[in-house]
Design a protein around this ligand. Structure first.
Ligand SMILES: Cc1cc2nc3c(=O)[nH]c(=O)nc-3n(C[C@H](O)[C@H](O)[C@H](O)COP(=O)(O)O)c2cc1C
Length: 326
């Protein structure tokens, strides 16, 4: 067993988190992660309406009696999102852990804290993490440049970002981005983090609600099979390399290009339906990180968590001590 401030704070067995993933953060995956002794997050906005989130939370509670959380990603959208209603559903459902991401968590903190909900905020820079800590979040997940999703514009990889964040923050820190193995967990703990967050690794699990082709592609891909897109529009995203992401990059680099020129190719609905749903790997944009280079199989969530933890224990308790004082 590896006990840290994160296992204490969230009442989980292992310092391992499966961050919110749009389209994947549903009862099937999150309950499997919870039963494995780790912490999974439903994604609020995967559910079209707040009442659908209430049902998905209930479905997860039926499947597991272990702790799990809900991710609230706050991003500018074309259609306004009723964030207050989603927040109210989370509070009323009795869920006690929330992962915020995308922008300032402050407007949501009073309600969450009044209901005894612990807030884990995902940040991609030390300055944003410090700002969230000052506003009162309970823990920080810090996403290095290796990650999928939005790594920010600073391009600082985890080897620097994680200890830089740990040095400045007082709250527990979860290392995120490019982690898929026990050596990643051991390294994160060595850098001062209290646990790890993994997204891409949990995508290639039996319980992940995506087409088998997606899982097989992650196993086949290497660490070079990602691309940075939307850089020109100051909203950098790391996605899997395919013909659609290559095309987006090529069009974006043309002089005078605007987001409207790539909006159809970049459509989230297209990626979710064609790639994640139907398994057409060239059918849209899909998200995966450099961790693809470390993933060599499709396993169950329980298998992933137990391997990551036992490999980290082996490294910490045998391999590293054997190097000291010889
Ligand atoms: C398919 C997919 C969808 C994701 N959607 C979200 C999201 O909606 N909100 C969010 O905060 N993070 C999202 N993430 C990021 C993950 O929560 C996590 O921070 C990231 O995957 C960590 O990097 P890794 O993939 O290298 O482990 C997503 C990741 C993937 C793979």
């Amino acid at each position: 067993m590896i006990r840290t401030r994160i296992t204490e704070l969230f009442g989980i067995d292992h310092p391992v988190v499966c961050g919110g993933m749009t389209g994947l953060g549903t009862a099937a995956l999150v309950s499997a992660v919870a039963d494995a002794g780790a912490l999974g997050f439903l994604t609020a906005l995967t559910q079209p309406r707040p009442e659908d989130l209430a049902k998905e939370i209930a479905r997860t509670q039926e499947r597991t009696d272990r702790p799990f959380g809900v991710n609230l990603t706050i991003l500018p959208t074309i259609r306004p999102v009723p964030y207050d209603e989603y927040r109210a559903v989370i509070v009323e459902s009795g869920v006690k852990i929330v992962e915020t991401a995308g922008s300032d968590p402050a407007p949501h903190l009073p309600d969450f804290h009044a209901a005894g909900v612990k807030v884990l905020h995902k940040a991609t820079s030390v300055r944003h993490a410090l700002s969230a800590e000052r506003k009162g979040v309970d823990a920080i997940s810090i996403d290095g440049f290796e990650c999928t999703g939005h790594p920010g514009e600073d391009d600082i990889p985890g080897l620097v970002l994680i200890p830089a964040a740990v040095a400045k923050l007082s709250v527990p820190v979860i290392a995120s981005g490019g982690i898929a193995t026990g050596s990643g967990l051991a390294a994160a703990l060595a850098l001062g983090a209290d646990g790890v967050n993994m997204g891409t690794r949990f995508m290639a699990t039996a319980e992940a609600p995506v087409h088998e082709n997606v899982k097989r592609q992650i196993v086949a891909n290497g660490e070079r099979d990602t691309l940075l897109v939307f850089r020109e529009f100051h909203n950098t995203a790391r996605v899997a390399r395919n013909s659609v992401s290559e095309q987006i990059r090529e069009i974006s680099r043309r002089p005078g290009a605007t987001f409207a020129d790539i909006a159809d190719l970049a459509s989230g609905v297209r990626g979710r339906e064609n790639v994640l749903g139907a398994g057409d790997m060239e059918g849209g944009l899909w998200w995966a990180s450099q961790a693809q280079g470390l993933i060599n199989d499709i396993d169950t969530c329980a298998g992933v968590v137990s391997r990551v933890v036992s490999e980290a224990e082996e490294i910490i308790s045998r391999r590293l001590p054997s190097l000291v004082g010889r």
